[in-house]
Design a binder for this molecule. Structure first.
Ligand SMILES: *Cc1c(COP(=O)(O)O)cnc(C)c1O
Length: 226
């Protein structure tokens, strides 16, 4: 029921997104189970997250280490099965906190961060799957490794024995995303990587048709961020 006391029923939005993921997978002749929905809960309080957990959502994404630490400490105690993914830029000096907290990091994008993550994994004994974020539209202002630097970064990750499982991208805003998803898919294939973290609220169905294994959906689940 909608109303002033429950302005955005998250569990209904979740059912809708799951149905759309299933439909997009069906059209692409893929199994819906091969697409992980990462519910991006950044900026939203625990009270908005709890209904999704109750409705069976198990994978969540945050973009700030500190926000995630304070918000998720109590939630994870209550729900130990929940997985937390980092989808935002990571500073090297937060690598150890990130490795301790997150179950997957989608934003490895440079050699200095790779070194910091390798050290953090050695120190904590935790091996956290990593996606290399690619600056797929070659935008000056955007995070992500340049396509030309990708082979070198992947070689460095192999040398450090880091668990890189896939590639991630955020295509340029305001233009058709499909060519960029197709390019990320091709890069992942070329490098023998299974994971493709691509697609957000506005374009996750297109991303699924082009091979996404992880879609990162925020506003379509939680409403607009304040
Ligand atoms: C915020 C964010 C998302 C979710 O975006 P929506 O448009 O709200 O679905 C996905 N990926 C990254 C990297 C983000 O920062």
């Amino acid at each position: 029921m909608t109303g002033p006391e429950h302005p955005h029923p998250e569990h209904l939005a979740l059912a809708d997104i799951r149905a759309r993921i299933a439909q997009a997978a069906r059209i692409a002749r893929r199994a819906a189970a091969d697409v992980t929905l990462v519910a991006v809960s950044k900026t939203h309080p625990a009270e908005a997250i709890a209904p999704l957990i109750a409705a069976g959502q198990t994978v969540f994404g945050e973009n700030r280490v500190q926000e995630a630490q304070s918000k998720w400490a109590p939630l994870r105690e209550q729900h130990p099965g929940v997985e937390l993914h980092l989808v935002g830029q990571l500073q090297s000096n937060k690598a150890e906190d990130a490795v301790a907290l997150f179950d997957c990091i989608h934003s490895l994008d440079r050699p200095s961060l790779l070194t910091a993550l390798a050290r953090a994994m050695d120190k904590t004994g935790r091996r956290v799957p990593l996606f290399v974020q690619v600056n797929i539209g070659a935008e000056d202002q955007k995070g992500g490794c340049a396509i030309a630097d990708l082979p070198g970064l992947l070689a460095q990750a192999r040398d450090a024995d880091l668990p890189v499982t896939g590639l991630m991208c955020v295509p340029p805003a305001g233009i058709e995303a499909a060519p960029f998803f197709a390019l990320l898919d091709k890069l992942a294939t070329d490098h023998g990587l299974a994971g493709r973290s691509m697609g957000m609220s506005d374009d996750f169905e297109t991303a699924i048709q082009l091979g996404a294994t992880h879609v990162r959906v925020g506003s379509a689940l939680f409403g607009a961020r304040g």
